[in-house]
Design a protein around this ligand. Structure first.
Ligand code: P6P
Length: 350
């Protein structure tokens, strides 16, 4: 009987490589190319973690003096992280192209290298506005299959709904550096062992509690929210005396990776709703390399993820950098928040 590396006996002793080989050999869940892709991304995240860890001593803090396709000023580490991921993934022969929050167009694998069957999308450094104040940030990635027969993918080849993801993950650069990964068979958490330089399995089959008393939202946007969101949060804030019958706590790191990891660890609901400020853009968070990978992970951990009106993973993308409203986390709480919106829709339709 082959060992089950997800068992409690193996916690902390199983490397990411051993785990991925087990997934390939025993479960047939991944193939050699996808295993290589995940290992290459993990190695790139290790390099990003080292760069971040140097902080002021590495001369990597502050603005890069450039802007990205989102119209945001880039931090030096945004650019460095993006370059690390592009360079790491160029030569392995596992990818056809990459797409990044930091680049307007997809990045085709140079013709000098062999091409593979996967498309990699990433936010190289999510929450980078927190870098200069030493708060946790992260890398988010999503993996799609390249359409059959396409050797030079363009934007339209990336426009696949989140249900087509074959893998997704994030690396959170916090007090410890953690890699959180799903290949569609649950969610596993790996901690970077800096002395050895490898990720070790530290939490197998992570699940999100179905109920919570903790919500994450940027309250300073309250005056811009739609009516259902106003009502939902007002009921949370009313606490024990209100319709929810219990008190709620609030957290907002302004780093999606950090907020989502807290929710993966102890439950909660993360919300970036449609509001008057972001309505013209369709929302704040990007679908392809923020909402979709995080939704895949959250659903694989037993949680839920919706735009408030529909399942995020079902959204058919129309643009590479399109944005969506996001409600994700503890299943029952996400369903409750969504009901405020669907009830409002029915009322307005009457
Ligand atoms: P706000 C970071 O820029 C980000 O994309 C997410 O990581 C984070 O949840 C959100 O934006 C924070 O937005 O409007 O609170 O600064």
């Amino acid at each position: 009987m082959q060992p089950d590396f997800r068992g409690p006996d193996f916690r902390g002793h199983v490397s990411l490589t051993q785990y991925l080989i087990e997934e390939q050999r025993r479960h047939g869940a991944i193939n050699a190319d996808l295993r290589l892709l995940i290992e290459v991304v993990a190695r790139a995240c290790k390099r990003i973690s080292i760069a971040i860890g140097k902080g002021a001593l590495g001369g990597v803090l502050g603005e890069a003096g450039t802007g990205n396709v989102q119209g945001e000023a880039q931090k030096k580490l945004d650019v460095i992280s993006n370059e690390i991921l592009l360079e790491a993934n160029a030569w392995g022969g596992h990818l056809a192209a990459c797409a990044s929050e930091e680049m307007a167009d997809p990045y085709p694998i140079p013709d000098v290298y062999p091409k593979g069957n996967y498309l990699l999308l990433f936010d190289p450094l999510d929450g980078s506005s927190n870098i200069d104040v030493n708060i946790s940030v992260g890398t988010i990635f999503s993996v799609l299959r390249c359409p059959e027969g396409v050797t030079h993918p363009t934007e339209k080849d990336f426009l696949q709904p989140g249900t087509r993801q074959v893998a997704a993950g994030y690396c959170v650069y916090g007090p410890s550096t953690l890699l959180v990964l799903t290949t569609g068979h649950g969610v596993n958490v790996f901690t970077l062992d800096r002395e050895v330089g490898s990720f070790r399995l530290t939490r197998a089959n992570a699940t999100i509690p179905e109920d919570t008393s903790e919500f994450a939202v940027n309250m300073s946007n309250q005056r811009y929210w739609e009516a259902p969101m106003q009502r939902y949060v007002a009921d949370l804030l009313a606490g024990k005396a209100g319709p929810r019958g219990r008190d709620f706590n609030m957290r907002w790191v302004a780093s999606m990776v950090a907020d989502v990891h807290r929710i993966l660890t102890r439950g909660g609901i993360f919300i970036y709703p449609l509001d008057e400020k972001v309505k013209s853009n369709g929302g704040k968070l990007r679908l392809m390399y923020e909402a979709n990978p995080m939704s895949f992970i959250v659903e694989q951990a037993g949680g839920a993820a919706t735009t408030g009106r529909s399942r995020i993973l079902d959204v058919q993308p129309t643009q590479l950098h399109q944005r969506v409203p996001v409600f994700l986390g503890s299943k029952h709480e996400v369903e409750t928040a969504a009901k405020y919106h669907t009830d409002a829709n029915q009322t307005t339709q009457v």
